[in-house]
Write a protein that binds this ligand. Structure first.
Ligand code: ATP
Ligand code: MG
Ligand code: MG
Ligand code: MG
Length: 479
């Protein structure tokens, strides 16, 4: 017999028929006449109720049917008598495929804290919360490809191991085949990477952008979607050492077109998740509403998760320049009351507290901030006519802050070389990148969206460690 997934059983399409279901027991309850076993197989947030009559199943026969056990069950799918689910399975046979010792299995019925579940990341998939989060993550990933595919973008795989430090920011993981304790040295005592497998100092990629630009100079529109690594020794709720980034790069785009695309893209993938994972998002929303009840009135969310997402897909994002954003911050009561921890003045990089003030308190919607000072942005961003700012954009989301960083790229060779010098990058090191400016260069733009921050936004999860299956953070790499 073919197995039917729980999601499909619950539609009732096979009502009146004998079905085979497999999954993990969530709960078992009952009395001396009948037992009710709730089974989930990950296909949906819901469980299917299996009814095991005491006439057919002795206590002994059901003794290993405990929370967490893997089971294979056959029976008839019938309309349910009780309230709740519309359909249930009248069991004919129940086989325990894998026991879960109730004394040892950590996921008993009671609710567990997210912190505790992070310690057992290998089991947390089986909870309702993480089931919902990772189904939404899956849907969003699929929507990313769907969006770009519909627009005719080419999906490019950029290298994971690379000698280039795209940002010039340094937060890199080294990759080497050299003996770390006793590496070969050059005459002047430096590590001799020429003897390495790659013959050069290499690192894990911090961004696929530079390589993406090369491809855009041939395919017009490309995107990458892959793992990205940053040795951030910071313990924030929005940074991981390993995360996934989506980086579209488009030839013949300026900053405005870039921002328009990013906004359309974000709305598209959220809408797709709302259409395809509504139950999961509703469940996650209820979770937040429950959490809110324990908080003082002024700290509670103004909108439920669903309302927030509906609002975001149906309203324009706010657009301001960096200079306007700084003015808003300086004129805010928050500033006057000295409530910002970090200083505010023209030239600073916006801190997460500033970003969140702009979105959550001032505009109350996502904000696209453009035209940042050139000194706080990467060398490849296009210099504006004022000579002080670059055609950069960050998109800020409520609850998180920056979710997108992007820009129009500097296509003018002389200015680009000048800016590289300014940050100490040698022309020889990026000769291949500069070639795109030498041979048929053109105005182009692109952005990077941190996928986990997007998943955080859609699921409402407060900590980025709870939206990636196996978070990599300082001291966290065992499994
Ligand atoms: P932040 O200011 O939050 O450190 P950033 O400006 O360093 O971010 P970018 O280099 O602009 O980040 O990278 C593009 C996008 O990648 C960011 O907008 C963010 O969504 C995501 N991102 C950056 N660093 C991380 C990280 N350590 N963990 C998860 N996502 C990240
Ligand atoms: Mg950073
Ligand atoms: Mg930033
Ligand atoms: Mg950024």
């Amino acid at each position: 017999m073919q197995r039917t997934k729980v999601k499909d059983l619950l539609t009732g399409a096979e009502a009146g028929k004998e079905v085979l279901l497999k999954g993990w027991v969530r709960t078992k309850r009952g009395n001396k006449y009948v037992n009710f076993i709730a089974v989930n197989d990950g296909s949906t947030i819901n469980t299917i109720q299996v009814v095991a009559d005491a006439n057919n199943f002795s206590e002994e026969a059901l003794k290993d049917v405990t929370t967490g056990a893997a089971v294979s069950i056959t029976g008839e799918l019938v309309a349910s008598q009780g309230k709740g689910q519309a359909f249930e399975v009248q069991a004919k046979s129940i086989e325990v495929l894998g026991k879960a010792d109730p004394e040892a299995y950590p996921l008993q019925k009671k609710a567990h804290s997210l912190e505790f579940l992070r310690e057992i990341a290998h089991l947390r998939f089986r909870t309702n919360t993480f089931g919902a989060v990772f189904r939404v993550r899956n849907t969003l990933a699929f929507a990313v490809h769907r969006f770009f595919n519909e627009k005719g973008f080419v999906y490019m795989h950029t290298p994971i191991i690379t000698a280039s430090d795209a940002e010039g920011a340094g937060e890199m993981f080294r990759v080497t085949t050299l003996d770390p304790i006793n590496p070969p040295k050059t005459e002047d005592g430096a590590v001799n990477y020429a003897e390495d497998f790659f013959g050069k100092a290499t690192n894990l990629t911090v961004s696929g952008q530079l390589e993406g630009e090369l491809a855009a100079m041939a395919f017009s529109d490309i995107y990458t979607f892959g793992p990205t690594f940053r040795a951030e020794n910071s313990n924030t709720t929005r940074h991981l050492a390993e995360f996934w980034m989506i980086e579209p790069e488009m030839a013949f785009y300026d900053l405005k077109m870039n921002a328009d695309l990013a906004e359309e893209f974000i709305k598209y993938i959220i809408r797709y998740a709302l259409e395809n994972n509504r139950e999961d998002i509703e469940f996650l929303g209820q979770r937040l509403t429950e959490e809110d009840k324990a908080k003082p009135q002024n700290e509670r969310q103004e909108m439920t998760l669903l309302e927030k997402l509906e609002f975001v897909v149906n309203n324009d994002f706010e657009r301001v320049t960096y200079t306007e954003a700084i003015d808003i911050l300086l004129n805010s009561n928050h500033y006057k009351k000295k409530k910002f921890q970090y200083e505010v003045s023209w030239g600073i990089d916006l801190q997460s507290e500033h970003e969140r003030y702009l979105v959550e308190k001032h505009f109350k919607k996502p904000v696209i901030v453009t035209d940042y000072p050139k000194d706080i942005k990467a060398f490849y961003m296009r210099l504006n006519d004022d000579g002080k700012t670059v055609a950069a954009m960050d998109i800020l989301a409520p609850g998180i802050g920056e979710i997108v960083g992007g820009s129009q790229r500097e296509e003018r060779l002389d200015i680009l070389v000048e800016r590289m010098k300014g940050v100490g990058i040698h022309e020889e090191d990026l000769w291949w990148y500069l070639d795109t400016r030498r041979f048929g260069g053109c105005p182009h733009a692109g952005f990077g969206l941190g996928f986990e921050r997007m998943v955080q936004f859609v699921t409402g999860m407060g900590n980025i460690r709870d939206v990636i299956p196996f978070p990599r953070t300082p001291q966290n790499a065992e499994f």
